[in-house]
Design a protein around this ligand. Structure first.
Ligand code: HEM
Ligand SMILES: *[C@@H]1O[C@H](CO)[C@@H](O)[C@H](O)[C@H]1NC(C)=O
Length: 333
């Protein structure tokens, strides 16, 4: 798989170099994919995301994460939306997703409306990509043009979801390797981690980080004022209350801004995977990105848009691969 992908990229680059005609954005996606097929699609998705976020502000974060968890397992193909059915083992019950991933009903409602407006036309994978963009821009983040034309998978990967979605106690090395596997570099890792400028995490996701005295990251953290840790410990006791929530960005929890980077510079990221960007980067390259984004929100936004487009084109299905599902929960029969 990696080999054919590399070969493909090399061929495209050679072609590109010799003709200058093909513009390669990492996939076969295009901006105007639905212009003729379903001109109202972006309008409809935006309206529904607005309604959902008005009702539940956290939904913006949840929709952004849904697209990420789709793209990191098999590619951006809506595999994350499939339910258990026959031989199909849903990704929804994998460790990183279970009792954690949210927003399915919002996507299902959008799909329902789109099937009335333009039947058999808009993929669930494209809905996820557009909804993620709208969620970010609704909370004050940047707004980018979404490349479209993804098709939906015929399969899900429960094992892939357990293997490829990064754990909150990952080391920096693990995070770098994981992102690399998806064709994303260290700047993408830092920019996309900035998504943790909104939304919440369960006690279960950050308990190790506030109690484990032995881990390297905590040694650094213990030197800081302990008020932050005390607050987190009051939300999340040593045992029990696994599902109690804390904001990922305690400064501006509902806004998409660059405060996340201020937080981690002060050792006050919620997850260990946030703090290791500063504490475990011995070469300083990653830390440099963190400081750039902390000092300049425009630079963060520009990189974030770029990285979202990259993430949104991971292993997409186009042409006659996959299908356009009628119901995002099930493959067509
Ligand atoms: C770098 C590796 C990453 C790790 C280890 C990680 C891990 C996590 C964890 C553990 C949670 C809390 C889940 C819970 O407790 O229920 C979370 C929440 C979240 N993550 Fe990440 N994440 C990473 C990267 C990303 C990326 C790349 C994005 C988006 C592009 C993202 C977007 C979010 C959002 C928006 C939330 C809040 C969701 C909500 O409130 O419903 N994360 N992440
Ligand atoms: C991360 O957490 C998991 C689940 O709680 C645990 O099994 C694993 O040992 C932890 N890994 C590290 C590096 O601490």
């Amino acid at each position: 798989m990696d080999y054919t992908r590399t070969l493909f990229i090399v061929l495209v680059l050679i072609f590109h170099g010799s003709t200058g005609i093909i513009s390669y954005d990492g996939s076969d996606l295009i901006l105007d994919y639905y212009r003729e097929r379903c001109p109202l699609v972006e309008e409809i998705v935006k309206r529904q995301v607005e309604i959902a976020v008005l009702r539940d502000p956290r939904m913006a974060a949840s929709l952004l994460r849904l697209h990420f968890h789709d793209c990191f397992v098999l590619g951006c193909d809506a595999s994350v939306l499939l339910d258990n059915n026959g031989d199909m083992v849903s990704e929804k019950q994998a460790g990183p997703n279970l009792n954690s991933l949210r927003g399915f009903e919002v996507i299902d409602k959008i799909k329902y409306i789109l099937e009335e407006t333009c039947p058999n036309t808009v993929s669930c994978a494209d809905i996820l990509a557009i909804a993620a963009r709208d969620a970010v821009s609704l909370r004050g983040g940047p707004r980018w043009n979404v490349y479209l034309g993804r098709r939906d998978s015929l399969e899900a990967s429960f094992n892939g979801a357990n293997q490829f979605l990064p754990a909150p106690n990952s080391s920096l090395e693990t995070l770098i390797t994981n992102f690399q596997h998806h064709g994303l570099d260290t700047r993408d890792l830092v920019a996309l981690s900035g998504s943790h400028t909104m939304g919440k995490a369960k006690c279960l996701s950050f308990r190790q980080r506030i109690y484990d005295e032995n881990n390297e990251e905590n040694l650094y953290y213990h030197k800081r004022k302990s008020i932050f840790r005390r607050i987190l410990r009051s939300i999340c006791p040593k045992s029990g209350r696994d599902t109690a929530l804390a904001p990922l960005d305690f400064m501006t929890p509902a806004r998409f801004d660059n405060h996340y980077f201020h937080n981690i510079i002060q050792g006050q990221g919620l997850l260990q995977s946030d703090n290791v960007l500063v504490t475990q980067d011995l070469e300083g390259e990653i830390r440099k990105h963190v400081w750039t984004f902390a000092n300049n929100q425009e630079r963060f936004f520009a990189s974030f848009m770029n990285s979202m487009i990259k993430m949104g084109s991971i292993n997409v299905l186009t042409g006659d691969h996959g299908e356009i599902r009628k119901n995002c929960k099930f493959v067509n029969t």
